[in-house]
Structure formats: C-alpha cells, structure tokens
Ligand binder design. Structure first.
Ligand code: SF4
Ligand code: FES
Length: 249
C-alpha cells in the first residue's frame, strides 16, 4: 500500500517548522506506525535527505519514549495504545496522515517530531520517591498492604510517562501524570511519610514548569495508553488539600 504523510519538519528549537508531504510505498497492514517512519527514513537516506527525527526505544508500549500527534490525536486514532503499538491497518491509504510532535509549552521541540519531556523528570524529582527503608525483595512481603490499595497503586504505576495526557489537554496540564505518581506511592504504607508533602511539592513544581491547571475535560484519560482514570486526579487534589491543612500558617 501507498500512504501519504504530512510530517512536521523543524531543524531545531528556534527554527520555523512546517508540514512536508511524503508518499511512502510498500506499507503493509501489520506494520507499526514507527515502522512506517523507518521506511520513510530509509528512502530519505537513500535520496541523500535528512531523515525524520522521532523518539522511540522499546517499541513494546512500556518505555514511554514514543509519542506523536497523529491526525490531531496524541498516539493516534486507536484507543489505549502507544504510537509504537499502533498499526497501519487502522489507516485508510486514501487519506493523508498528519504527523506532529507533542504540542505543549513545557515540551519544546528539539527537532522534527522529538520534544524535550524532561519537565516530567523535574516533577518526579520533586516528590516521586519514598524515604522508608524498603529492605530486600523478600522484606516486601513483611508489610501487609490491603488488596484494594495494592491494586489501585499497581494500576497507577502503569503510567509510562509518555506525556500524551499533557499533549492532549487543552490546558497543557500534567495532572494525570502527577496524579498517577502520587497515587502509586501514596496508597502504599511505605509511601505514607511523604504522602501529603509529595502531592503539594509535585503540584507546585508542575505549576512552576509551566504546565496548566486541570479543568476536568477528560482529554488526558481519553488518550492515555495505560488507562489512568480521571478519578486519580481527585486523589491528588485530596492529598494537596490535606497538605495545605497540615502546613503551619
Ligand atoms: S498518565 Fe497516561 S498519558 Fe499521561 S504520562 Fe502516564 S501513561 Fe502517558
Ligand atoms: S517505544 Fe517504548 S512505549 Fe513506544
């Protein structure tokens, strides 16, 4: 099959970008979207042109490195998937596909489809840790954890930090990401010492980095490849409020 791509090309952070149209031949329905870009890049290299820069690593939906806005949707049209797990059978060859980088002020474009998502690392640094001695692996079983808390914490830990929630949010908010980290650590006994300060510190850092606030549009959870639900944000707000009530006035 032959597909037409309109790909965002931008030589650097301060360069002016534009959509460039390419025809890509030899595409099969079972190719992933990143394999489509591989085919395009092989052709560009053979022609002596610059390949399209894009991020990827595991290509198995677990590392969070990949992430493209495809036809206006973060990670493309297929629900609950990463860009690397998206396959060409979901696209009509007769319709051009528009491929852009994440669009959010805290994620500046580095080149073409690559953005700098290190702002998410700064949010993690602000509170994504525990101070309780966790011991060796067998010690983990010595701390009883209620099953509902363990299940919810485990589900939240599925967040891969891809940033699709930020790219999809009309406010450029990272609330779903931060709420996933706060939920992952704050529900477990080992995460209790910093539970409320963690939420407050991560939220403050997120604000300082230029992420927007949450107005509950739900755009984040609609594109999240790991199905992090919107009520996770309610848990974050609860812990931030608890931190405010506990802090000395
Ligand atoms: S909450 Fe979902 S969309 Fe946001 S960074 Fe985590 S996995 Fe990606
Ligand atoms: S390349 Fe790792 S999640 Fe897509």
């Amino acid at each position: 099959m032959r597909y037409t791509l309109r790909v965002w090309r931008q030589t650097g952070p301060d360069a002016r970008g534009r959509l460039v149209e390419y025809a890509v031949d030899g595409v099969t329905p079972d190719m992933s979207f990143l394999e489509l870009l591989d085919v395009l890049n092989e052709r560009l290299l053979l022609d002596g042109d610059e390949p399209v820069a894009f991020d990827h690593d595991c290509r198995e939906g677990i590392c969070g490195m990949c992430g493209l806005v495809i036809d206006g949707v973060a990670h493309g049209p297929e629900k609950a998937t990463t860009t690397c797990q998206l396959h060409m059978r979901h696209f009509d060859p007769a319709v051009p596909i528009v491929v852009e980088p994440w669009r959010a002020a805290p994620f500046p474009v580095v080149r073409d489809l690559v953005v700098d998502r290190s702002a998410l690392d700064r949010v993690i640094e602000a509170g994504g840790y525990i101070s309780a001695p966790a011991g060796a692996a067998p010690d983990a079983h010595a701390v009883p954890v209620p099953k509902p808390a363990a299940d919810t914490a485990f589900d939240a830990a599925a967040c891969i930090g891809c940033g699709a929630c930020v790219a999809a949010c009309p406010n450029g908010s990272a609330m779903l990401f931060t709420a996933a980290k706060v939920t992952h650590l704050g529900l477990l006994p080992q995460g209790q010492p910093e539970r409320h300060s963690r939420a407050a510190d991560m939220l403050r850092t997120q604000d300082e980095l230029g992420f927007g606030g949450c107005t509950q549009t739900g755009a984040c959870t609609a594109v999240c490849p790991k199905g992090i639900p919107l009520d996770t944000i309610a848990r974050l707000n609860h812990d931030v409020l608890a931190a405010a009530l506990r802090s000395p006035r």
